[in-house]
Ligand binder design. Structure first.
Ligand code: A2P
Length: 271
């Protein structure tokens, strides 16, 4: 069994070559299940908005690494993550206790399919997510390139409870005030957030709202059309499969980095 170090702030084991050791600079807890944190960004670290990376803690000789979508855009000076707290989760049971000054390990190689390069040009970009699946889209909607490529951007998130939607609301409000992205996003970025287990102004799973057409009615747009619309999906396996089938029903096709098409999919990671 690996020895356990005292605290994340004191890496007592050698850091492998393929890993950055970065300081936590900010932590915010939203609910008993969700928190976000920011770490310093290594000068040599490059990624595309929407990609994910493996992160861990320096508390064991063989640290547990888990895939995390990078929630900050490619231009940001820091790296942001949005995380669930899994009870007895090998990483998150420790990660949820981090405070500024602690060390987080990040593997050097980012990857992922929720990138603009994997989509063919279009007019509207839909970003469909449940729970922490919003994380990669927090990156995509803060990237000016998104607004260079698409006229309209719709972030559609379903969560169980109202408090779980706070991150997305905060994010979109922040974007509107941001000197860099605000002017691109104004009037073009729209958030449609729904709950399923607590009353709120908008209720229901995004999948049901797509199927009965009420989502498009509420957004004031025509139903999804392969000529004009592109989408990214991030959520649980069940949500991905359902949303993918709905998009295929509208005539969209799944794309990849080496074969751009009209929608892309990635599982929201848990750890
Ligand atoms: P529900 O409350 O009806 O299960 P979780 O926290 O379990 O990951 O769920 C996050 C949100 O995703 C919940 O609001 C949940 O709704 C919703 N959800 C779960 N499965 C699906 C699915 N197959 N399609 C769309 N939304 C889903």
């Amino acid at each position: 069994m690996d020895a356990i170090a005292d605290a994340a702030s004191r890496p007592s084991f050698p850091i492998p070559e393929n890993v950055f050791a970065e300081r936590v600079v900010f932590v915010k807890h939203y609910t008993s299940r969700l928190f976000r944190f920011r770490i310093t960004r290594p000068a040599s670290f490059r990624f595309r908005s929407g990609e994910f990376v493996m992160i861990g803690l320096p508390n064991a000789e063989k640290p547990v690494f888990r895939a995390y979508s990078i929630a900050s855009p490619a231009w940001d000076e820091e790296i942001e993550f949005f995380s669930i707290k899994v009870e007895n989760g090998p990483l998150t049971e420790h990660l949820q206790k981090i405070v500024p000054g602690d060390i987080v390990l990040m593997r050097k190689k980012p990857t992922g399919t929720l990138v603009l390069d994997a989509l063919t040009p279009g007019k509207r970009l839909y970003l469909f997510c449940t729970g922490t699946g919003v994380a990669p889209f927090a990156s995509v909607i803060r990237d000016p390139e998104t607004y260079e490529k698409f006229e309209e951007v719709y972030l559609v998130q379903t969560c169980r409870e109202v408090a779980e939607l706070a991150y997305a609301h905060e994010l979109v409000d922040g974007i509107m005030e941001d000197p860099l992205v605000g002017e691109f996003a104004a009037g073009r970025l729209h958030l449609y957030a729904t709950t399923t287990r607590e009353p709120s102004p908008r209720m229901g799973r995004l999948t049901d709202l797509m199927r009965d057409g009420s989502l498009f009615e509420a957004l004031g747009v025509p139903p999804i059309n392969p000529e004009t619309d592109r989408a990214m999906i991030c959520g649980s396996m069940a949500m991905l499969n359902e949303t993918k089938a709905i998009l295929e029903g509208f005539g969209l096709e799944e794309g990849a980095n080496n074969k751009p098409s009209s929608f892309v999919v990635e599982r929201a990671f848990v750890g």
